[in-house]
Each structure stands twice: as structure tokens, then as C-alpha cells.
Unconditional design. Structure first.
Length: 182
């Protein structure tokens, strides 16, 4: 079924200033194109109620934005979440550094053992492992952030050279052991 717009003619008004004789008047679905009175649209009423206006002419202005209380509540919630998350974040960073330290020590010890198996001597120093291509570079100690703080342990079997390597970092790990004992 289709909607149709009906058009009728109105008689001329008895007093002047109205529509003339025979001018069409819209009757049906489409309203006249003349300007409406303020507040005549039902959607305007709903929108004004949603915004908090009491109605037409209430004198209240619509304010966009947040109140100071709302901002303070949001900031306090963010601060609370940060106090919960920050310690865990730093614990994870420390654990990651310890894991890298363990891996670096294992890699260097493996390179020292391979050097000893190939040459039947211990390397003179850690840079000697780099020169002979057993390591690409001397890794950094993640705790001290330097590749110069490694403690080279001399050979105990009467030979010369580096038998083992330990961290030169001060302090203890999360498990209570000192970094220098690793």
C-alpha cells in the first residue's frame, strides 16, 4: 500500500490576510513547509529531556563536558589501578633481567667449554672468545648494564685462562641468592 498526499482547496477567509481562494492546502503525511513553532517537534522534547532540560523556557543552559567531581573520581580510580599494577610491573622487569642474566651466563659458559674442547686450553679472557668466533660479542650484564663487569674465574686445574664466569652485580636475586654466586 502506498501513501499519497491529498491536496484540497480552502475557501477564502472572511477577513483579509489569509489564503486566497483556491490555494492548495496540504493534508496528509507531509506537514506544511512553513516554519514551526518552537518545541512543536516531539523529538526536540525528547532530546531536551535527555539533556536534562525541564522543558521549553526553563532557563537552564546545556553544558557539555565533565564536572570537577567526575574528573576527580576518574583520576582516583586510575591512581588506585596504578598502585596495584606498578609493583607487579617492576617485579616482572626484575625477573626478566634475572632470566637474561641466567641465559647470558649459560651462553658464555657453553662458549668457554667449546673453546676448551677444541683447543684443550682455557681462553685467556672473554674477548678471546669473540676473536675466535665462539661468541659474536661479550654480552652485557643486564643488572649492571655493562659488558665490563663480568668476573672471570681462573682455571683450577693448574692451567691458565678463564674457567668460569660470574656476574659482577651487587645485590641479591628474588630467590635470595647473590648475583655473584650464579
Amino acid at each position: 500500500m502506498t501513501a499519497s498526499i491529498q491536496s484540497t482547496t480552502t475557501p477564502s477567509p472572511s477577513r483579509g490576510g489569509g489564503r486566497g481562494e483556491g490555494e492548495p492546502t496540504n493534508v496528509g503525511l507531509n506537514p506544511p513547509s512553513s516554519p514551526r513553532k518552537r518545541g512543536s517537534n516531539p523529538w526536540n522534547f525528547l532530546v531536551s529531556r535527555l539533556r536534562g532540560n525541564d522543558g521549553i523556557g526553563s532557563g537552564r543552559r546545556v553544558q557539555n563536558g565533565f564536572t570537577l567531581i567526575e574528573l576527580l573520581v576518574v583520576l582516583s580510580v586510575i591512581a588506585l589501578l596504578l598502585t596495584l599494577a606498578a609493583p607487579r610491573y617492576f617485579q616482572h622487569i626484575d625477573r626478566a633481567k634475572e632470566a637474561v642474566l641466567k641465559e647470558n651466563l649459560a651462553t658464555m659458559r657453553d662458549a668457554i667449554d667449546q673453546y676448551h674442547a677444541d683447543t684443550n686450553t682455557w681462553p685467556d679472557s672473554l674477548p678471546a672468545l669473540v676473536e675466535r668466533h665462539y661468541l659474536r660479542a661479550v654480552p652485557k650484564d643486564p643488572i649492571t648494564d655493562s659488558d665490563q663487569t663480568w668476573q672471570e674465574i681462573p682455571a683450577t686445574d693448574g692451567g691458565q685462562g678463564v674457567y668460569d664466569v660470574k656476574s659482577g652485580a651487587e645485590g641479591a636475586a628474588a630467590d635470595g641468592r647473590a648475583y655473584a654466586e650464579w
